[in-house]
Design a protein around this ligand. Structure first.
Ligand code: FAD
Length: 376
């Protein structure tokens, strides 16, 4: 193909290029050029004309999945934009020590880990903009991505918007998050050795987490707003048999007390409205996650809980749109798995773009030959 192009006189080539690539040129945005590599490290996409800017790949979300994907796509010389959302760095920005991310034998603080990942993505040329996507249009090509301040175009899109843990919604919750209140037993359980622990929830996750936490805690009490569990029978049976687990039925957490760390949890009986104070070193909230997918509704296939469904590893129902991390993975929900999915999706994006380019070039040869014949 390259040989064929190099044989053509420049004049004809330029004429053909202008004819067929006019929509790219109208944006004054060269496609796949190298200029963007120099602009890494800041949102160099500011575009006063507000015209769309075309990227090879736009990554939506900047948790471990998004940044890892950015490292791979920009290192592969794809023009990459990462739109970070309202939580640049993702969920690990809300935690302190991370002990289970490989490569850090003494652990690392979540925000530090995520800043490192951000810098690594920028080092290879990813452009990162701290903005939020409010609308996507996957029915057009290139795809159109709209943020609060800008409209972008992308040949391919990688969705890494994660899933947010559901909160109790009581005022003290935020104050004690990371100070005894946790949303992930796998992540934080080992920090609670010898503590009295409360777990809120009644589904599979809550019961699994409570059972896991008995490895570390002195006692585990499950606070559940109903008088029976929703969890599967097998998990329930295991929990009922576990001498360390007790149940507080028909109950909700009304308040949390403490100083620098959680000390007491106020639990309210929703039937008789009485409250009791339970001393606890940890409170695990396991009432589910909310996938951040509302902006993709009607454009992509999702399951009944709103998680993006995938085929062929990382592909969504729209050709050229990929997803990685907690936005589709409700099973593992770990930083390292999200990063792994980000890597997989980035490799798939690269392959997809290469194959598409080859297909387009093959389709263009007859058109180009016809154009040349008409001119000669
Ligand atoms: C408190 C806490 C502690 C944890 N501790 C650990 C731990 O120790 N070890 C571990 O392995 N895992 C831990 N986890 C789990 C881990 O954080 C997640 O599994 C991981 O962050 C998922 O990565 P992700 O990239 O898929 O999504 P997230 O990290 O959730 O990132 C999602 C990203 O999408 C962005 N976004 C969302 N909507 C939009 C939008 N409309 N436009 C643009 N961007 C958008 C957000 O701003 C964010 O940057 C913890 C989780 C929590 C909540």
């Amino acid at each position: 193909m390259l040989t064929f192009l190099s044989m053509l006189p420049n004049k004809l080539l330029n004429g053909w290029y202008l004819l067929h690539c006019n929509h790219h040129m109208s944006n004054n945005t060269p496609v796949n050029d190298d200029d963007y590599g120099d602009e890494s490290g800041s949102d160099s996409s500011s575009n006063p004309t507000n015209l769309p800017v075309l990227y090879d790949v736009i990554i939506i979300g900047s948790g471990p999945a998004g940044y890892t994907a950015g490292v791979y796509t920009s290192r592969a010389k794809l023009k990459t934009l990462i739109i970070s959302g309202t939580l640049p760095g993702g969920q690990l920005m809300t935690t302190s020590e991370v002990e289970n991310y490989p490569g850090f034998p003494n652990g690392i603080f979540g925000p530090e880990l995520m800043m490192n990942m951000r810098q690594q993505a920028e080092r290879f040329g990813s452009i990162i903009t701290d903005d939020e996507v409010v609308r996507v249009d996957f029915k057009q090509r290139p795809f159109v991505i709209t943020t609060h301040s800008q409209i972008y175009e992308a040949e391919s899109v990688l969705i890494c918007t994660g899933a947010s843990p559901r909160k109790l919604g009581i005022p003290a919750e935020g104050r004690f998050a990371g100070r005894g209140v946790s949303y992930c037993a796998t992540c934080d359980g080992p920090f609670f050795k010898g503590e009295d622990i409360l777990v809120v929830g009644g589904g599979d996750t809550a019961i699994e987490e409570a059972t896991f936490l008995t490895k570390f805690g002195k006692s585990v009490k499950i606070v559940h707003r109903r008088d029976s569990l929703r969890a599967s029978k097998i998990l329930q049976d295991k929990a009922f048999e576990n001498p360390k687990i007790k149940f507080l039925w028909n109950s909700v957490v009304a308040d949390i007390k403490g100083g620098k760390k959680i000390a007491d949890v106020i639990v309210k009986d929703i039937n008789n409205k009485t409250e009791q104070t339970i001393s606890a070193g940890g409170l695990f909230v396991a009432i589910g996650h909310e996938p951040n997918t509302s902006i993709f509704r009607g454009q992509l296939e999702m399951d009944d809980k709103g998680y993006i469904t995938l085929k062929n590893q990382t592909r969504t129902s729209v050709d050229g749109v990929f997803a990685a991390g907690d936005v589709h993975d409700y099973r593992y929900r770990q930083a390292v798995t999200a990063a792994g999915f980000g890597c997989m999706a980035a490799l798939d994006v690269e392959k997809w773009l290469t194959e598409r380019k080859q297909q387009q070039q093959q389709q263009e040869i007859p058109k180009r030959t016809q154009y040349i014949q008409e001119r000669s």
